[in-house]
Design a protein around this ligand. Structure first.
Ligand SMILES: Cc1cc2nc3c(=O)[nH]c(=O)nc-3n(C[C@H](O)[C@H](O)[C@H](O)COP(=O)(O)OP(=O)(O)OC[C@H]3O[C@@H](n4cnc5c(N)ncnc54)[C@H](O)[C@@H]3O)c2cc1C
Ligand code: FES
Length: 310
């Protein structure tokens, strides 16, 4: 999955280029005042932290739960926020790797890590006591709360982490609505057993190869669960491959009042400076390219110009 750079009109806001300079981010504890509107957050605190690995648990052949002790001064986060991790102290891999926050408590920062290449492998192999350099909290938008209404979460592959953070956060806030998770994976090796069962009212699993759960993709599964009234809800939340989110928006979203999605575009800087992670949005004054890392990662899925992006 990735952001395709398309030949569509590009709109840069002057204040973005100023506010999102890398120099400011890499000052520990610095503040980037975005001053943005709507449900975007103004004044998210960002900084660089040295975080100690406090636990590393194998959840499946492909996935690890990495627990970091929450560094002193690490800012609060909301569902949809992410961090970027420097996975070792060498120049390879050069770039930090972005990871959604799976949970943040008073004492711990939790990440769900699927091994797909060298960076994720280094993170997944971290030993208790290792230290890693973490930039956070990143992201300019968050998932709006269902405010007591029933919610359906669809997490495809590594998109599960922000769904868990949302469910846990809103439960802690006293949200009383039902929450249903559809976790879609390629194969049973990527499913996590009963790991997040207690975070949701009910969890449904699907695999593309039919090795466990529903035989097929998460979107088809959701359609069948809605059709036979097994689940219902007015709010739809998603995170996963662009193809999955697009299918959700085009095929299922009319059954819900809203569909918010956290996009996982391939990222370089993670703070809106390189413009390498853009997504085309339909806005009131025309089509705009927005940076997934700093204008998102959470977007109203109905605003995404899907015909120009996948
Ligand atoms: C905002 C955000 C949140 C994320 N949250 C999580 C998470 O909670 N858990 C998790 O396991 N992963 C998450 N990812 C993906 C994670 O960042 C990548 O898997 C990781 O950077 C891969 O690094 P690597 O060196 O192991 O693999 P690389 O060698 O960099 O890439 C290996 C393969 O993975 C693909 N890939 C790399 N990055 C992405 C991406 N962002 N989206 C799709 N494909 C990619 C590459 O195209 C390549 O095919 C997130 C990504 C973003 C942008
Ligand atoms: S990764 Fe550089 S602008 Fe988003």
């Amino acid at each position: 999955m990735g952001a395709c750079l398309q030949t569509v009109p590009v709109s840069f806001r002057a204040e973005d280029r100023y506010d999102q300079s890398l120099g400011r981010l890499f000052l520990p504890g610095s503040m980037i005042d975005r001053g943005v509107e709507g449900d975007r957050l103004a004044g998210i605190e960002k900084g660089l932290f040295s975080a100690e690995v406090a636990g590393n648990e194998k959840l499946s052949p492909a996935c690890r739960l990495i627990r970091f002790a929450r560094p002193e001064g690490f800012p609060d986060a909301k569902p949809g926020h992410f961090v970027s991790v420097r996975v070792n102290s060498f120049s390879v891999p050069l770039l930090r790797r972005p990871y959604s926050i799976m949970d943040l408590t008073e004492t711990e920062l939790l990440l769900l890590v699927k091994v797909v290449g060298p960076g994720s492998r280094l993170l997944a192999e971290a030993a208790v006591g290792d230290r890693m350099d973490i930039a956070g909290v990143l992201g300019g938008t968050v998932f709006p709360s269902p405010a007591g209404e029933d919610a359906v979460f669809v997490g495809g592959g590594t998109g599960l982490a922000p769904m868990i953070f949302a469910a846990r956060t809103w439960k802690r806030e006293g949200n009383t609505g039902n929450s249903y998770l559809i976790h879609g994976a390629a194969t049973s090796e990527e499913l996590l057993g009963t790991f997040c069962e207690s975070d949701f009212t009910k969890v449904f699993r699907s695999t593309m190869d039919g090795s466990e759960g529903y035989d097929g993709d998460a979107v088809s599964y959701l359609q069948s669960l809605l059709n036979d009234d097994t689940i219902s809800g007015s709010k739809l939340y998603s995170c996963g491959p662009a193809g999955m989110v697009k299918a959700l928006e085009l095929k299922v979203s009319t059954r819900f009042d809203s569909h918010y999605t956290s996009l996982e575009a391939v990222m370089a800087c993670g703070v809106g400076a390189c413009r390498g992670c853009t997504v085309p949005l339909r806005e009131e004054d025309g089509r705009k390219l927005r940076a997934v890392c700093s204008d998102g990662t959470v977007f109203d899925a109905s605003q995404i110009a899907w015909e120009d992006w996948e």
